[in-house]
Design a protein around this ligand. Structure first.
Ligand code: WT7
Length: 642
């Protein structure tokens, strides 16, 4: 057990199994990052070696220049010689009574090959974009790999996103195929996914829809366009050569929140992403042969891509995917899964930890949780309280707790303490991964002193897996990540500081993005969805603190018709749920007369946040409409006492 203010160092037992235990690696890697990545890349198979490790002229750069590889050859074929029958993937269904499914490396190889061939017959070829809108079932991993084997670019859309959110993403990616399922289980009920998927196809280039039979329900069907997954793989041969891919060819597009309305399609490439996923998974989580690795994130997020698919497979590890939720049918469901499979490495998010904390330790009593060796967190800052609870109650005071900071854009973990070295300091994330140059800068570009908050940036040679662009939007790529420091470094959009030992603490975003239960959402995307409604003149959305979810959206709207307030509020909630998804459901909707604005017309969201937290407003002289503020305070807090 450790208490407030203390740090934890790995025990000799933890060190024994660690890949890295000597601090010298930091110095060595810093002196020549390319050399480190070169060595790591050589642990994988390549069809053609690289001419150059890194070639950079930021904001554009490339890794493993001139090399050819296929990530699935490294995820699958490479392991068939030595560990063909090792378990690759375990799938635990939502329903406790339904049997698990287990895939050995050979099973997975065969399934992927069959589906790859079937996709090829449907006309999928190198460079084509394929949309994947699937729940957490084995076919989601198989689909990603089957695309990658052909060199097709997958774009997974989180299955709990709405049809509208799907549509926007499929249209932007110009996907010609969509892979979905008939339905899936959520809290024991069936969600009709195919129905939703169909609604998301308007204006897209999708010509074929492949439907995995999961829930065995009736689905709307379009002859000629729709085919069953099970039908097209049934008679397929279980072998197909992986297509040689250039290191800089795209592997996948994953959409993430932008600071304005439209989501951004982060483009990740074959060579660099592969090496980084392999290396970070191995060194950070200390992947060993007997490990069972479980990352609880949905595959629709980057954590799922890198640590519930590519990272473990590249390492020949055994990993688990789970269809269900942490608290269904009971709040002990995850503990049950950990004990059932003897999970050794557990990766989750602060929002889940806060939920467990709230439920109390009583429900964990029947569980041993003693197979756990490494526990980790990602997605938002973890408070000291949640950190200590996780470390003491789940990790039993003996497992290194890795807080890992990274982003959809970085493809893999950037900052964390390494399991074999530590230190593990509550609420601090740790040091940059060896060889990665992270700086904390003020707005002028000067490095911040210890304790002073600034912008987190990455310096050349960056990391092999950093995004290479925003799909079809070079302007946005430059504006968002590069222009702040003259195209010389990558700006993450996060704020953080270092302690006197160089450990980094990430405090949050510098922009209007919010994290709802660990899901990155942009208030801009929600605002532009609302702006389309004829009754809404203007709106602004801010995130407010929530005990479990971390943050939740609160909406302010200015009405332009005389629609009754209750009706307008219901409308706002409906639009947001429909356009974004239920995760974005606002906690509250306030109808106000006017929104506070600067003289240049920018809405001062900061003041809305202050009104909600009942803080002093401070100087309002820069506003063009200071009188709006009092009315907002009254709406939010109730009328002032005279
Ligand atoms: C944003 C990225 C990276 C995989 C999951 C989220 C926040 C992430 C931490 C952490 C503090 C964190 C940042 C970042 N974030 N991890 N350990 N401590 N903040 O990927 O959806 O692209 O979100 O999540 O604000 O920019 P994402």
């Amino acid at each position: 057990m450790i208490k407030k203010g203390e740090s934890f160092y790995p025990s000799s037992e933890v060190k024994k199994r660690a890949w890295l235990k000597n601090r010298a690696i930091y110095k060595e890697a810093a002196a020549n990052p390319q050399k480190m990545w070169n060595k790591l890349a050589l642990e994988l198979q390549w069809m053609k070696k690289w001419r150059k490790i890194y070639a950079g002229d930021p904001p554009h750069f490339s890794w493993f220049v001139g090399a050819k590889s296929n990530i699935t050859q490294n995820c699958l074929d490479r392991h068939l010689k030595l560990q063909k029958n090792k378990v690759a993937m375990i799938w635990e269904p939502e329903n406790v009574a339904e049997p698990k499914r287990i895939y050995t490396y050979y099973d997975l190889y065969r399934e992927v090959c069959k589906f790859s061939r079937a996709l090829k017959k449907l006309g999928v070829k190198k460079g084509d974009r394929v949309g994947i809108y699937l729940p957490m079932i084995p076919e989601v991993v198989i689909s990603m790999l089957a695309c990658a084997r052909l060199g097709a670019v997958h774009s997974v859309v989180f299955s709990a996103f709405s049809s509208n959110a799907l549509q926007v993403r499929l249209e932007d990616a110009q996907a010609k195929i969509l892979i979905t399922a008939d339905g899936y289980y959520r809290r024991g009920k069936i969600i009709e996914l195919k129905k939703g998927a169909d609604e998301g196809l308007d204006n897209t280039a999708v010509k074929k829809v492949i439907v995995v039979k999961r829930a065995n329900i009736e689905v709307p069907w379009q002859e000629g366009r729709d085919v069953w997954y099970q039908d097209i793989i049934k008679d397929e041969i279980d072998a197909i050569d992986p297509v040689p891919m250039d290191s800089e060819d795209p592997l996948f597009i994953l959409y993430t929140s932008g600071s304005t309305g439209k989501p951004k399609g982060c483009v990740h490439v074959c060579g660099g992403y592969m090496v980084q996923a392999y290396a970070t998974d191995k060194w950070i989580f200390d992947i060993n042969d007997e490990d069972i690795f479980w990352s609880t994130a949905d595959i629709g997020w980057v954590t799922g891509h890198t640590y519930s698919c590519y990272g473990p497979l590249l390492n020949g590890a055994t990993f688990l995917i789970f269809e269900g939720l942490a608290d269904w049918p009971n709040a002990d469901r995850w503990a049950q899964v950990i004990d059932k499979y003897g999970v050794t490495t557990f990766y989750t998010a602060p929002t889940a930890i806060r939920m467990f904390m709230k439920n109390g330790t009583e429900i964990l009593k029947p569980y041993r949780l003693d197979t756990l060796q490494v526990i980790a967190s990602v997605g938002e800052p973890i408070s000291e309280k949640a950190w200590l609870w996780y470390f003491n109650e789940i990790g039993k005071g003996k497992c290194p707790l890795l807080d890992t900071w990274w982003q959809t854009e970085t493809g893999g973990i950037i900052v964390t303490s390494l399991a074999g070295m530590g230190p593990f300091k509550p609420a601090f994330t740790g040091l940059p991964f060896p060889g990665v140059r992270v700086k904390i800068l003020d707005d002028e570009g000067k490095e911040c002193k210890a304790g002073k908050e600034g912008n987190l940036v990455l310096l050349p040679p960056f990391i092999p897996g950093l995004l290479r662009g925003i799909y079809n939007n070079e302007k946005k790529y430059l504006e968002t990540y590069w222009s702040a420091y003259k195209n010389k470094m990558y700006i993450s959009g996060d704020l953080g500081y270092r302690d006197k030992n160089g450990l980094i603490r990430v405090v949050g975003r510098a922009d209007d993005q919010i994290k709802v239960a660990g899901h990155r959402l942009t208030t801009g995307e929600m605002e532009s969805a609302l702006a389309k409604n004829l009754s809404i003149a203007e709106c602004a959305i801010v995130g407010v603190a929530d005990e479990i979810k971390g943050e939740v959206p609160v909406v302010f709207v200015v009405s332009k018709t005389d629609i009754p307030a209750d009706q307008l509020k219901a409308e706002v909630v409906r639009i947001i749920r429909e356009e974004i998804g239920p995760i974005a459901t606002p906690k509250e909707v306030f109808i106000v007369k006017d929104l506070p604005k600067t003289r240049s017309g920018k809405i001062m969201r900061r003041l809305l946040r202050k009104a909600l937290s009942r803080e002093e407003m401070g100087d309002l002289s820069t506003l063009s409409n200071p009188e709006s503020v009092q009315q907002i305070q009254e709406t939010v807090q109730g009328p002032r006492q005279a």
